[in-house]
Design a protein around this ligand. Structure first.
Ligand code: S3P
Length: 450
């Protein structure tokens, strides 16, 4: 996983997997999603510093959440994931019970693991070194290290600003941070450091990013308040209550099926137990604005998060514009929304999404490059893309995930839409967030590994 990136050197290891998807015909059936990756990371990290045992149902055995568990074990936390029934139990070490890791903490491909851990480790009186795969080592970390230094932690990176990172906790002081770019990872890291800081830590963002950390910390008893785009936490927090909750299905994962179901004529897919946190569901708003027929059914609440079932039917789509405060609500979904735009009448513009350039790959470059190979009329801009839609105009052929899970799945959906055999190199990258993705595609359309 994550073995190829356009920015980092290739890593040694087995040859990347390739899959050929033979799309064609309407998609019908029910889909169960993996547990939400963002929520899963946070349940493990926060459970680790709670007083007592946390029990998390629906914990996904995806690459990124497993990276978080590996790092927590490295910090002396006792936890057990039963993959058969997807239950994670974490014996909370308390806020001051983590121990100095004997080795480098390997965050794999997971930016959320690395950035959130930086915040947590800024509050620990020992030294930790964090690293990850070639993609993660090439991603910017100054955005989290600089504000942590301002709070009093010792934190350093390689000269290019990337991992391996060294963090040594210090006596932290509550600080006001104004983030230049909305980022839930940076915000969450600063809130975790804020648990240990004396006084108030304030984080304000230009637009609202996902708020899972705030919801969980509040449920665990922290003194935390959010208003608009600003969050405040008062520290030092004495103790956190353990968590008992179910991780909802991952809305980001649902979007692949929403796009597939909307773009393949005659389809009807029902996606069950989808996390509907409004800071995550921007793609639903965009697809509906494009004319997609999506019903939200059985709205309910579970584990402090809104949940629903979604039903999507094939429809004709029209172009739209995506930018501004909407972007953090759908940042991870832009590659597959760009694919949807190839099937929409008119010119769709994505802007204000320069963050895509520093994700698992440069997702503007990789999305444009790969969708063009399949015949899309799409061009890159500095902070987004322009897509001229041609419904039914995609072809098959060869494509490459570049080791990026979301690109791998976008290309799988492209094959379902085009109905022409499409080979996706390094398709296993999908298991970073969605291990059963290819199996589920297989159940809807014939697929073969080459
Ligand atoms: C995430 C936040 C987002 C998102 C990532 C998961 C999180 O990153 O792209 O996949 O769980 O906090 P940024 O905070 O860098 O925007």
């Amino acid at each position: 996983m994550g073995t190829k990136t356009p920015t980092g050197p290739a890593e040694p290891g087995p040859l990347p997997s390739a899959r050929t998807v033979h799309g064609g015909g309407p998609l019908r059936g029910a889909i169960r999603l993996p547990g939400d990756k963002s929520v899963a990371h946070r349940t493990a990290l926060l459970g680790a510093i709670a007083e007592g045992e946390s029990r998390i149902e629906g914990f996904p055995s995806s690459g990124d959440p497993l990276s978080t568990l590996r790092c927590l074990r490295g910090l002396g936390v006792t936890l057990r994931l039963s993959e058969a029934d997807a239950v994670l139990t974490v014996r909370g070490a308390g806020l001051h019970g983590l121990t100095e890791p004997e080795d480098v903490l390997d965050c794999g491909n997971s930016g959320t693991t690395m950035r959130l851990l930086c915040g947590l480790l800024a509050g620990q009186p020992f030294r930790s070194v964090l690293s990850g795969d070639a993609s993660l080592r090439s991603r910017p970390m100054a955005r989290v290290l600089e504000p942590l230094r301002a709070m009093g932690a010792e934190a350093s990176a390689r000269s290019n600003g990337g991992a391996p990172l060294m963090i040594r906790g210090g006596a932290l002081a509550g600080t006001t941070h104004r983030l230049p770019v909305a980022s839930a990872q940076v915000k969450s890291a600063l809130l975790l450091a804020g648990l240990y800081a004396t006084g108030e830590t304030i984080v304000s963002e230009p637009a609202r990013s996902r708020d899972h950390t705030e919801r969980m910390l509040r449920a665990m008893g922290a003194d935390i308040a959010a208003e608009g785009t600003e969050v405040r936490i008062r520290g030092p927090v004495r103790a956190l209550r353990p968590l008992t909750m179910r991780v909802p299905g991952d809305f980001s994962a649902a979007t692949f099926w929403l796009v597939a179901g909307a773009c393949v004529p005659g389809s009807e897919l029902t996606i069950t137990d989808v996390g509907m946190n409004p800071t995550r569901t921007g793609a639903l708003d965009v697809l509906r604005a494009m004319g997609a027929n999506i019903e939200v059914l059985a709205e309910r609440e579970a584990g402090g998060e809104p949940v629903a079932d979604l039903r999507v039917r094939g429809s004709s789509l029209r172009a739209t514009e995506v930018g501004g405060a909407l972007v953090p609500r759908l940042i991870d979904e832009i590659p597959v929304l760009a694919l949807a735009a190839t099937q929409a009448e008119g010119r769709t513009v994505f802007r204000d999404a320069g963050e895509l350039r520093v994700k698992e790959t440069d997702r503007i470059a990789t999305t444009v490059g790969e969708l063009r190979k399949l015949g899309a009329d799409i061009e890159a801009t500095a902070d987004g893309m322009i897509v001229r839609g041609r419904p039914g105009g995609l072809g098959g052929g060869g494509s490459d995930s570049h080791g990026d899970h979301r690109l791998a799945m976008t290309l799988g959906v492209a094959a379902l839409i085009s109905g022409r055999p499409t080979t996706i190199d390094d398709a296993d990258a999908a298991s970073i967030s969605y291990p059963s993705f290819w199996e589920q595609i297989d159940a809807l359309a014939p697929i073969g590994a080459t």
